[in-house]
Design a protein around this ligand. Structure first.
Ligand code: BGC
Length: 482
């Protein structure tokens, strides 16, 4: 049941009204593991995240994604919310363990049927489906055989892409192969705060290479399946700066962090090579430089678009000792020679991330400076913020900090790429809010709410927030194309 949200919500405020170029696409995004629930339904196999979440202490408050938003059983209601929102496109992910419970072999018909219906429902509602093939839910049998540390996982992923491409390729508008390989590598294999919980620090780098190879193999598989839609990858970008620009050590470690968070994922895809680091850092990426050119040729298959997720900038200081990562406390962080520094000049989100929309423009400017001539059209595939929203007695959710965040970020990105803007030359085609609804926020469980729609995790009632009404108004304010 959807709560009545037609009560008066305030959607005008001190935030800017983004000026949308003609044809600019507006959407909302989710991921299978974060919203579906139904983890034992329809023949789905277990994922690495199911196993990780079951380990005591891995997820805040012992939360699991077994029910999440129960989207698996509520597709009509959720598509109706999208339709009323009026979005041009909806980004969702296909759960690999629903399609191949063992991580290989023939497709599970019930799993494919679920996405088949979802796609048809979206199309019937006039919404273009953007399907992500990997948003972190690795089938458990593959995790047991080494997960992304094992090159074979990349080959299995190529096969999975072929299966989904064959089944849905006639109707998907855009394909994202892999979502944020940086986060999987750093949080999952480097720091141990996401599945599979490994604390390998720099020995995690093969997980990056194998996800990138998986991306390239998926591009080839989708093209071989003659899918109708465009194909891209989604990387998360965070402009990195040294805490003290006059400190050579801060500058050096900021460069290292920029490499492992941004450049080792974007350079090989867009330029066909891994970045080189200067001086004493030079050897730190040896594991990546050992990759054969044939792999880089696969990884750099030309793309139809590039997906960019933006949340916040990063400030780096030399010196270890701190255990805080953006996504939770990570004991392994203390073993690194650098740490994340604060941004006292900015307000913060519920997660404590700085609200710094001008850095979104910086991220786009860096894309232009680093990849001009190699950068396909760009879609912002995620942008959003968590805040501790509550449903008021009146029934409304006045999440004005989120409205302010979304409006200012979208405005900043559009200003940066417009003629004369500092990222002029980046062909920005669209923007997706993260997220359509509050959901299972990985290691933070249900404690961080990112949704345009509030979800009561006891009753599963959905209540559109002020931010939903703001985006709905923005969409409806566009001139109608004949
Ligand atoms: C991920 C989402 C996540 C969001 C907020 C992105 O890194 O793709 O799955 O919920 O950030 O942490």
């Amino acid at each position: 049941m959807t709560a009545d949200s037609t009560l008066s919500v305030q959607t005008e405020g001190p935030w800017p009204v983004p000026v949308l170029p003609e044809g600019f696409s507006l959407g909302a995004a989710t991921a299978a593991y974060q919203i579906e629930g139904g983890t034992r339904d329809g023949g789905r196999g277990p994922s690495g995240w199911d196993a990780f979440a079951a380990l005591p202490g891995s997820i805040l408050n012992g939360d699991t994604a077994d029910v999440a938003c129960d989207h698996y059983h509520r597709v009509p209601e959720d598509v109706a919310l999208l339709k009323d929102l009026g979005v041009d496109a909806y980004r969702f992910s296909v759960a690999w363990p629903r399609i191949q419970p063992e991580g290989s072999g023939p497709a599970n018909a019930a799993g494919l049927a679920f996405y088949d219906r979802l796609v048809d429902d979206l199309l019937a509602a006039g919404i273009a489906p953007m399907a992500t093939l990997y948003h972190w839910d690795t089938p458990l049998p593959l995790e047991h055989s080494g997960g992304w540390l094992n090159r074979a996982t990349a080959e299995r992923f190529g096969e999975f892409a072929a299966v989904v491409g064959d089944a849905l390729g006639d109707r998907i508008d855009k394909w994202v192969t892999v979502n944020e390989p940086a986060t999987v590598t750093l949080n999952g294999y480097g720091l141990g705060i996401h599945a599979p919980g490994k604390e390998l620090l720099f020995d995690a780098l093969p997980a990056a290479h194998h996800q990138l190879l998986a991306h390239g193999l998926a591009v080839q598989a989708l093209r071989a399946a003659s899918v109708a839609g465009g194909i891209g990858i989604t990387n998360v970008h965070s402009p990195v700066s040294p805490a003290d620009p006059s400190s050579p050590a801060d500058v050096l470690y900021a460069e290292l962090f920029d490499a492992v968070h941004n450049r080792i994922f974007a350079d090989p895809v867009l330029l066909g090579r891994y970045p080189q680091l200067p001086g004493e850092l030079a050897g730190m990426l040896d594991a990546l430089h050992a990759a054969p050119q044939t792999d880089l040729d696969v990884i750099s298959e030309p793309l139809d678009f590039y997906g960019l997720n933006y949340y916040a900038p990063t400030r780096i200081a030399a010196g270890s000792g701190a255990e805080s990562s953006p996504d939770g406390i990570a004991a392994a962080m203390a073993a690194l020679p650098f740490r994340l520094a604060d941004w006292p000049e900015y307000p913060t989100t519920g997660f404590g991330w700085p609200v710094a929309p001008e850095h979104f423009g910086t991220a786009l400017e860096q894309m232009r400076d680093r990849y001009a001539g190699h950068l396909p059209p760009v879609y912002i595939t995620e942008n959003g913020a968590s805040f501790p929203d509550e449903v008021a007695d009146s029934g409304v959710v006045q999440d004005h900090r989120r409205v302010d965040f979304l409006a200012r970020h979208l405005h900043s990105a559009l200003e940066a790429v417009k003629p004369g803007g500092r990222a002029e030359g980046v062909d920005l085609r669209g923007w997706f809010a993260w997220s359509l609804m509050d959901n299972f926020e990985w290691a933070a469980g249900y404690s961080q709410r990112f949704g345009l729609v509030h979800v009561d995790f006891d009753t599963l009632v959905r209540t559109p927030k002020a931010s939903y009404h703001w985006l709905r108004g923005l969409i409806r304010s566009r001139p109608r194309t004949p």
